[in-house]
Design a protein around this ligand. Structure first.
Ligand code: GLV
Length: 336
């Protein structure tokens, strides 16, 4: 028998890993932005006109302009744990469900924060350049490319949620003293990992590595500012793979340039992609990456599957597993 029920239409702003994409294509009439670079905003606005579902990435700004153009839109399924690119209040007001992909990327993201930490402390990127540019052939010297020890040092975790916890757990393997700061009590940090809860200024003052793991909110914007950077040891490093605007980049640049802190490992920037003339890119004591902390084959594949699962559940009338704006259910309840 022919099924005349039309599949819901979904627009996907980038080619997703196959595992999730194949599920979406099976259940929905899906259109995918075919290019490697993100779609311009005007393309998104154009493409959402007729769709009931939208799959977004954090580089897509999903705001009133998009919602105004999308009278049929019912759900935004985001491929990321963070969702500061989506105007959640506006979505909720309009009865649009928003979902994300938490937990699966926790360990992958903590691994990458460690990669940045190790890279900047032990000067891995500079060492790589040293070999490739032939400097090694010119000289090997006992005092060349000296870095700082990681084992036994003090790490300060700012934001001890899932990723902060995973970061701290790895620090126990390096025999580190662990300090943490959070607005929420995190007894598991103390109980499981022997970490010590301190106020933010103490954390900045006493840590050899300050690692940022907070979401971007009004309260965390420029949480790492000139004053806090000024508290850090001259040998200490800042690691950030949360969100760029949590750190005042100008203040960070000054602190690094004047060698008031040891270095920084950054996977996120105030503006992404960061402009090539960002002065931070000129500094040797900074290791940078293009927002790839969750980019392992396994995790990205599972994230794409979660994006699909959230969509499928919703269109089956069930609560999507990773709903971030449950208030929407009050005004737009599900059928199951
Ligand atoms: C990455 O930054 C994410 O939020 O998943």
């Amino acid at each position: 028998m022919v099924n005349y029920m039309a599949k819901p239409k979904v627009y996907i702003t980038r080619e997703l890993p196959e595992r999730g994409l194949s599920i979406i294509k099976k259940h929905f009439e899906a259109e995918v932005w075919p290019e490697y670079a993100p779609p311009p905003k005007k393309v998104i606005v154009e493409k959402v006109r007729n769709v009931e579902g939208l799959v977004s990435l954090l580089s897509d700004k999903i705001d009133s302009e998009v919602f105004n153009a999308a009278p049929k839109l019912k759900i935004v399924s985001q491929l990321a744990v963070g969702f500061d690119n989506i105007d959640i209040a506006e979505a909720t007001k309009r009865g649009i469900y928003v979902t994300n992909t938490p937990e699966v990327l926790t360990d992958t993201t903590a691994d990458f924060a460690w990669a940045l930490l190790m890279a900047v402390a032990r000067r891995v990127v500079e060492a790589d350049k040293y070999v490739r540019t032939g400097l090694w052939r010119v000289s090997w010297h006992p005092s060349m490319l000296q870095g700082r020890d990681v084992y036994g040092a003090t790490i300060g975790i700012v934001g001890a949620g899932r990723i902060g916890y995973a970061m701290a757990k790895r620090a126990t393997g390096f025999n580190m003293k662990i300090l943490f700061y959070d607005v929420i009590p995190r007894p598991e940090m103390e109980k499981d990992l022997g970490a010590k809860k301190v106020d933010l200024d103490t954390l900045f003052r006493e840590s050899d590595f300050v690692s940022i793991h907070v979401p971007l909110m009004k309260e965390t914007h420029h949480l790492v500012n000139r004053e806090r950077l000024g508290l850090m040891k001259t040998t200490a490093y800042l690691i950030n793979n949360s969100r760029g605007p949590v750190v005042d980049e100008n203040a960070l640049y000054e602190a690094l340039k004047e060698r008031r802190i040891g270095g920084a490992g950054l996977d996120v920037f105030e503006q992404e992609p960061t402009p090539l003339d960002n002065p931070l890119l000129k500094l040797d004591n900074v290791v940078v990456a293009p927002h790839i902390s969750s980019a392992s084959y396994e995790t990205r594949s599972r994230m794409s599957e979660m994006v699909a699962e959230n969509l499928v559940a919703f269109f089956e009338g069930k609560r999507p597993p990773n709903l971030v704006n449950p208030d929407v259910m009050k005004t737009h309840p599900l059928t199951k």
